[in-house]
Design a protein around this ligand. Structure first.
Ligand SMILES: Cc1ncc(COP(=O)(O)O)c(C=O)c1O
Length: 495
């Protein structure tokens, strides 16, 4: 067990007036702290000099109490070089089995959950597991320049002023808003000024923010089907009626009904990878105009384009303030950064600002400043170019291996952007049993059916496919994955 420093001050119960000697009191108080678990095994005790000053004792008294505890096995180490709570306490050695669980029925308080809390779904969202074929939704984190990031962070801390320690406005760090606006105007076909940009703690929270501002219980919200489930979860928690709208080769079809909100991923549809055609984008804007609807354009990973002509963002085609553009640094940098951005129409800036101030105020300023430096000093552009090359190569390896090993078993369409694609199963094979068989072979593939909602979820005619991530895994793992896939699919096809 590693040794831990206690950086907080130890608070001991007051010494009772009268008979107990100072040494006895200190010995008993420290022993009680240790046995009650407030001072845990491995924790560092305060220096004898500090304890003496804090409790107005002579240093000799503290040293004697420490010696007594040491001789009984409660603490270890030497005075002067650090004293620690022993890893195995003498009292543990005499214990037989675990401490009994209290049997007294503890009165359960009656909770009055909100309607939102009743609708929100418990789910596992934090998954730290080994990266293997064909993990989707993840960049190649081993390629991230962490040493450079650490240098920028250290520099930012060294220069931190009192103002920096106070924080920034609810829309985020001004220079970062400027840098994001420059990047989006130049590279993503977004049309905005920095005042429209809000820096947010991740795109997921941005979707929640928009739902809070625009969705009342009973309102209709259109989502793609199949689509990003965590967006639908947010709208369902807000009490929306969800319309799951199916896709064709050009992206989400135009909804047949009016709605308050439509949520789309036009750059690289989640999970199928389709890039929404220009004509579909224009038709969707026309639908939003006629329905008085707002569109959330989720641009979570389309920075990485491998082929095809770049299609301007929906936001860049919008002249009427119908689109809120939302992006994330989770896929281009790393997801624990928890930074994303919103580009909102001019008339919504004030309400978004008010909502941000009411929610989490602003994301961590240190990360915002480091990210800003990373972008403005040219590292971001370099990182994007380097990763685009790596991912394009990995996609090529996946497609080549699939052509030779999976011919007739799976169809992988040409995707233009993103970190993952789809393998559509042929020969009437079902994706769920295939995914289960692959899991037994240390592989991770998600059936597209898990992203379907509404009536389509049980549609037996719906195409069966597997989401295949290629960005986070190297050439060796991609080839291993294809070999395993070939074995499992060949067996399923002959069953
Ligand atoms: C389609 C899509 N939108 C939004 C998000 C959320 O991104 P963030 O990590 O910025 O919250 C994800 C994350 O996986 C995603 O896949």
């Amino acid at each position: 067990m590693p040794k831990r420093a206690t950086s907080f001050e130890l608070t001991l119960p007051p010494r009772p007036a009268g008979a107990v000697s100072a040494y006895r009191w200190l010995y008993a108080a420290l022993r009680a702290e240790i046995l009650d678990g407030r001072l845990r095994p491995g924790a560092r005790l305060p220096a004898t000099r500090d304890l003496a000053t804090r409790y107005t004792l002579s240093r000799g008294t503290v040293v004697t109490a420490f010696e007594q505890l040491r001789s009984e096995g409660y603490i270890e180490g030497t005075i002067g070089s650090g004293t620690y709570v022993s890893k195995v306490l003498p009292d543990d050695l005499f214990k037989v089995g675990p401490a009994p669980v209290p049997t007294r029925a503890v009165g359960k308080p009656r909770r009055h959950l909100s309607d939102w809390a009743r609708r929100v779904n418990p789910k596992e969202y934090y998954q730290q597991r080994p990266v293997r074929a064909f993990r989707a939704n993840l960049p190649a984190l081993d390629q991230f320049p962490t040493a450079l990031w650490a240098q920028l962070t250290a520099r930012c801390c060294r220069r931190a002023s009192a103002n920096f320690l106070i924080g920034c406005g609810p829309m985020g760090h001004e220079p970062l808003r400027q840098a994001v606006a420059d990047y989006l105007n130049t590279s993503r076909g977004v049309n905005c000024v920095p005042e429209q940009v809000a820096i947010v703690p991740g795109l997921q929270e941005a979707i929640d923010l928009i739902a809070r501002l625009f969705v009342n219980p009973g309102d209709r919200v259109c989502v793609e089907n199949p689509g990003y489930p965590d967006a639908a979860t947010v709208f369902a928690a807000a009490g929306a009626r969800i319309s799951a709208v199916s896709l064709d080769a050009e992206g989400m079809r135009i909804p047949e009904t009016k709605a308050t909100l439509a949520y789309v991923t036009p750059g690289h549809q989640f999970p199928t990878g389709i890039t929404m055609s220009l004509s579909r984008r224009l038709a969707l804007l026309e639908w939003a105009r006629k329905s008085d609807a707002l569109i959330i354009e989720d641009d979570y990973d389309s920075e990485y384009r491998y082929s095809g002509r770049p299609v301007p963002a929906l936001q860049g085609l919008d002249r009427d303030g119908l689109v809120v553009f939302a992006g994330s640094f989770s896929k281009v940098l790393f997801s624990s950064l928890r930074l994303g951005y919103l580009v909102v129409p001019h008339d919504l800036v004030d309400i978004v600002k008010a909502a941000r101030a009411t929610m989490s105020r602003h994301p961590h300023l240190l990360e915002q400043v480091v990210l800003c430096d990373f972008i403005t000093e040219g590292h971001f552009g370099r990182h994007l170019r380097r990763m685009r090359e790596i991912y394009a190569e990995r996609l090529g390896i996946l497609l080549d291996a699939a052509r030779t090993r999976l011919d007739g078993l799976i169809e992988i369409p040409a995707i233009e952007a993103g970190l993952q694609t789809v393998g559509w199963l042929t020969n009437g094979m079902k994706a769920e049993p295939v995914a289960r068989a692959l899991a037994a072979r240390q592989m991770e593939v998600i059936p597209i059916s898990r992203y379907r909602t509404g009536d389509d979820a049980d549609d037996s005619d719906a195409r069966e496919g597997l989401q295949l991530g290629f960005a986070a895994i190297d050439a060796h793992e991609i080839r291993r994955g294809i070999d395993e896939l070939a074995r499992v699919l060949a067996r399923s096809a002959s069953d």
